[in-house]
Design a binder for this molecule. Structure first.
Ligand code: IPE
Ligand code: IPE
Ligand code: MG
Length: 254
């Protein structure tokens, strides 16, 4: 759906002005946090919290696509999340498989291009295969770019870029003084994509937790209090509205 059609639809649901939508972010990044607290609140096992979280995820991806936002980056599993119990890690790994098997047809049909950010090397074989397959199947799609960060760390990503660039310099393909900010961007998982415009982290926590460190340099941050499984399209719209009212100066003056 083109974004004007989506706007008409959206306006029927929640009153808002067209100007508020004029500043739609190109790239939204979301740190989906609060599944554990949600489970605790409902006296459930933490894995139920993660499962409920994937329900929110489906709706948020759909809404992002309907609005015509170009890039959506989701933090699903950090390099630090291996520190959790084996039981929780394996529940998350299973959810990953379930998510891709239930969603891939719809995402592909909607022309969504999936990219995994992070090192697949440490993941179990089955997960690795499913993720590679999802990337391969959608690589020619031209719609929403859906980045899913799995075994991702922002510092590890920058280190990886530095190593790749060092090899180019060693081979004589590049001079050290030719290295620019763009060179570095080109060696990140998100190469070719715009920087993050809007970063949302649910559950009231206000930190990056190693997410897209380079790409978030000039992002606007919104921290809704709501726990991720309770994050609705309405909450998302509120974050988009907050973004639309921000004054992005990039160090200059109006
Ligand atoms: C975020 O929810 C999901 C992942 C880290 C995979 P949490 O599991 O971190 O939820 P809280 O922070 O414990 O509530
Ligand atoms: C960040 O959340 C990672 C994901 C949402 C996947 P965490 O809950 O793991 O981060 P900290 O521990 O609060 O920083
Ligand atoms: Mg957390």
């Amino acid at each position: 759906m083109k974004w004007k059609a989506a706007l008409t639809l959206a306006l029927k649901k929640t009153p808002r002005t067209a100007t508020e939508f004029a500043a739609l972010p190109k790239h939204v990044a979301i740190i989906m946090d609060g599944n554990g607290r949600w489970a605790k609140k409902h006296h459930l096992n933490v894995s139920k919290g993660h499962r409920q979280g994937t329900e929110a995820l489906r709706e948020i991806i759909r809404h992002t696509d309907d609005l015509g936002i170009r890039v959506l980056s989701l933090y699903a599993f950090s390099t630090e999340n291996w520190n959790r119990s084996e039981e929780e890690v394996s529940a998350l790994m299973q959810l990953m498989l379930d998510f891709f098997s239930s969603e891939i047809d719809e995402l592909d049909a909607k022309n969504v291009r999936i990219l995994i950010l992070g090192d697949k090397g440490r993941l179990p074989e089955k997960q690795r295969e499913v993720l590679k397959e999802a990337e391969k199947r959608t690589e020619r799609n031209t719609g929403l770019r859906l980045n899913i960060a799995i075994n991702y760390g922002g510092r590890a990503e920058i280190v990886k870029a530095a190593r790749e660039i060092a090899v180019l310099v060693r081979n004589g393909a590049l001079q050290a003084d030719q290295i620019t900010e763009e060179t570095l961007s080109d060696h990140l998982y998100t190469r070719g994509q715009p920087d993050v415009d809007l970063l949302i982290r649910t559950s009231g926590e206000q930190r990056l937790s190693n997410f897209l460190l380079y790409q978030n340099a000039y992002a606007e941050f919104v921290f809704p209090e709501v726990l991720w499984p309770d994050f609705t399209v309405h909450e998302y719209d509120l974050a988009l509205d907050a973004y639309a009212h921000r004054d992005r100066r990039y160090g200059g003056r109006k």
